[in-house]
Design a protein around this ligand. Structure first.
Ligand SMILES: N[C@@H](CCC(=O)N[C@@H](CS)C(=O)NCC(=O)O)C(=O)O
Length: 247
């Protein structure tokens, strides 16, 4: 069993699931270090751990035990204010759709800046490995997520209907998804919708700095920016994201 002084959060920095875990740790005042990995290179690192898959985030606890997945990490923090049915839909349907949709536009456009964003805030060896393997990695990401340009219009329509659902949720529930206080469900929704909210709030702003949205996505993002869901995300980030410990 490996013991360390602080918890260690392994992330792919731009991942919204990783932001969900990072925010929960920040919110709960937990001292941790963040090890920022590059896609592709992360596999070599995560395979050294006793976990079933290479998906991040992974939290390595001080006693050497491990939580894999943002949901289990939030369970471990014991944050209150969860709404399981809303969080489950966000985690299993809305968030993968948003990821697939954005990558379908970004990976097909060499000027999108996505390569630099994926490797910029990682360690030097991770970044070098990632950049060298990019010609192989990029098509692997496209096929792994089915993030092809041809499916982008359909993905935009599907994200739109997820926002119809979430607009309805917030109109029924008011400012917070569970009761009168900010809680786990709010944090989950805001972080998993963050990639489409053009946030100027840290850490999302710094991590995604340099993205140039392809025309195909820019108009969808502009349209979404007027929706209640996106305004709600911006408001929650502006008022609740609070201090970011590990930038
Ligand atoms: N449901 C999981 C999803 C995690 C996930 O899909 N992580 C992606 C990043 S967005 C990942 O690590 N992909 C690379 C891999 O699986 O090797 C969670 O909530 O943490």
């Amino acid at each position: 069993m490996i013991k360390s002084r602080r918890e260690l959060l392994l992330t792919l920095p731009p991942s919204h699931y990783c932001e969900r875990a990072r925010w929960a740790l920040d919110h709960c005042g937990i001292e941790y270090d963040e090890e920022r990995l590059a896609p592709g290179a992360h596999i070599l690192r995560v395979r050294r751990l006793p976990v079933a898959t290479t998906a991040l985030p992974v939290l390595v606890l001080r006693d050497g035990s491990i939580c894999q997945g943002s949901d289990l990490i939030l369970d471990w923090t014991e944050m209150s204010g969860g709404v399981p049915e809303i969080e489950q839909r966000l985690e299993e349907k809305t968030a993968p759709l948003i990821r697939q949709c954005l990558y379908a536009g970004l990976l097909s456009d060499p000027k999108s800046g996505i390569r630099d964003v994926l490797f910029r805030v990682t360690s030097r060896p991770q970044s070098v490995f990632g950049r060298l393997t990019w010609p192989i990695l990029r098509p692997m990401m496209v096929s792994g997520m089915n993030a092809r340009l041809e499916v982008l219009p359909d993905l935009i329509a599907q994200v739109d209907s997820e926002l119809d659902w979430f607009d309805q949720v917030i109109s029924e529930r008011g400012d917070y998804l569970s009761g009168e206080e900010f809680g786990r469900a709010d944090l989950t929704a805001a972080s998993l919708l963050a990639p489409i909210a053009n946030l100027q709030t840290e850490p999302v702003r710094s991590i995604s700095e340099g993205i140039r949205w392809p025309v195909s996505l820019a108009s969808a993002l502009k349209h979404w920016s007027k929706r209640s869901s996106v305004k709600w995300v911006q408001q929650v980030y502006a008022t609740k994201r609070g201090s970011v410990r590990n930038l």
